[in-house]
Design a protein around this ligand. Structure first.
Ligand code: FAD
Length: 360
């Protein structure tokens, strides 16, 4: 079994950035990616999401990201990643889904053992950059399993055509819900429900974005479960949502229902709404179940991260095991954050390898 200095899991923005910087530091590594093709989560975004619709895709190290356009994000970004992997000769192996990472024992003592279905790798350090797309989050409501209609999550949104003639309830207060309503309200009957009143902004507010990232930063330093950084930056309506607005779709919002029944949803006050579809635009959680065996979680339920001296302010090192770096987790769960964290992680890996090799 080959022994690596480092192994990166995931070839999204975070994994590619980490691999690029590990390469620049001459640290031998491989990148294992579960997807069949380059593009990270971007290859799975819904077809109607264009480059004009996304908040913005940050540059991978040294190469400008594709500009805004009417082209599909699920084609443009994967093509950009594919070209980047090729040009930089990044050592990506796919499709390889890592099932577990454990602490080595016996002759592997001190190493991390990475297991995929048919192969095992041993590595001195690990950079985990597995994003959130593979772990859609659907909250539990009483009666959900009794619903006879169609329930789906953002993860499998197929575009608007399949919803024609159906009464749809969109659940969630984030940008995805706003975009879905913009597409669906002009063609079918839509009701929006959110737990909290939405926060509308005229334009993306850089200061609010910074504050949101800072808040999540504090949470991971304390070992608390992170919150989404892309969901708390305020909502605004783009030109393609004006028709839904004119139809009143954003004003007809109701608070969260209390339960689900066979043909609809019911609120605590007893009122009932018949619906054919429940579209859960309720976000994602970090895809980190394969790390469970490392015992990284703090008693507060999240993975506590610490900044590594000499690698900037971005915390990437797991407090419970500094051999493990998390990129795209918590405050770095955005393209710009993942990019920076990739660099910080590579520097932390070098520091760890040097410390481990130093004579005692
Ligand atoms: P990903 O792009 O998700 O890549 C992770 C990779 O890891 C995937 O290829 C996956 O297959 C692989 N993987 C997962 N588990 C395993 C495993 N066990 N073994 C092997 N491989 C594995 N951010 C922005 O900055 N701007 C935006 O406009 C924006 N829009 C968004 C829209 C939506 C709907 C969502 C959900 C997120 C959005 N984000 C946006 C957040 C952003 O997409 C991510 O934070 C960012 O792309 C970070 O990428 P990543 O490398 O962490 O993850």
């Amino acid at each position: 079994m080959e022994l690596l200095d480092s192994l990166v899991i995931g070839a999204g923005q975070g994994g590619l950035s980490a691999s690029h910087h590990l390469g620049r530091l001459d640290i031998p590594h491989v990148v294992l990616d579960a997807n069949p093709a380059p593009g990270g989560a971007w290859q799975h975004r819904w077809d109607s999401l264009t480059m004009d619709d996304v908040h913005g895709v940050a540059d991978l190290p040294g190469e400008p990201a594709p500009p805004r356009s009417h082209e599909r994000a699920n084609e443009v970004v994967p093509a950009y990643f594919a070209a980047y992997e090729r040009r930089h000769g990044l050592p990506v192996a796919r499709p390889v889904r890592v099932e577990s990472v454990t602490a080595g024992t016996g002759e592997d003592d001190g190493l991390l053992v990475v297991q995929a279905s048919e192969r095992t790798w041993r590595t001195r350090t690990l950079v985990n950059a597995t994003g959130t797309w593979d772990r859609p989050f659907v909250p539990r409501y009483p009666g959900q399993e009794l619903f006879r209609g169609w329930q789906l999550h953002t993860h499998s949104y197929p575009g608007p055509a399949r919803f024609v003639g159906k009464r749809v309830i969109v659940v969630g207060g984030g940008a995805s819900a706003v975009q879905f309503i913009g597409e669906l309200a002009p063609i079918t009957d839509v009701l929006w429900v959110t737990r909290r009143p939405p926060v509308w902004v005229d334009h993306f507010d850089g200061e609010a974005g910074y504050q949101a990232v800072e808040k999540v930063h504090e949470r991971v330093l304390a070992g608390l479960p992170p919150e989404s950084v892309v969901s708390v930056t305020g909502l605004h309506l783009r030109p393609q949502e004006q028709e839904a607005k004119r139809l009143g779709a954003y004003e007809r919002r109701r608070p969260m229902f209390a339960s689900v029944e066979a043909d609809g949803v019911r609120w605590a006050d007893g009122s009932f709404e018949p619906v054919d579809v429940i579209l859960w635009a309720t976000g994602f959680r970090p895809s980190i179940t394969h790390l469970a065996g490392l015992g990284l979680r703090s008693r507060h339920g999240g993975i506590q991260l610490v900044p590594t001296p000499g690698s900037g302010q971005t915390p990437t090192a797991a407090a419970a095991d500094p051999r493990v770096q998390l990129v795209g987790y918590g405050p770095s769960a955005s393209t710009i954050g993942a990019n920076r964290a990739g660099r910080a992680a590579a520097l932390a890996v070098r520091r760890h390898l040097r410390a481990a090799a130093a004579p005692r």
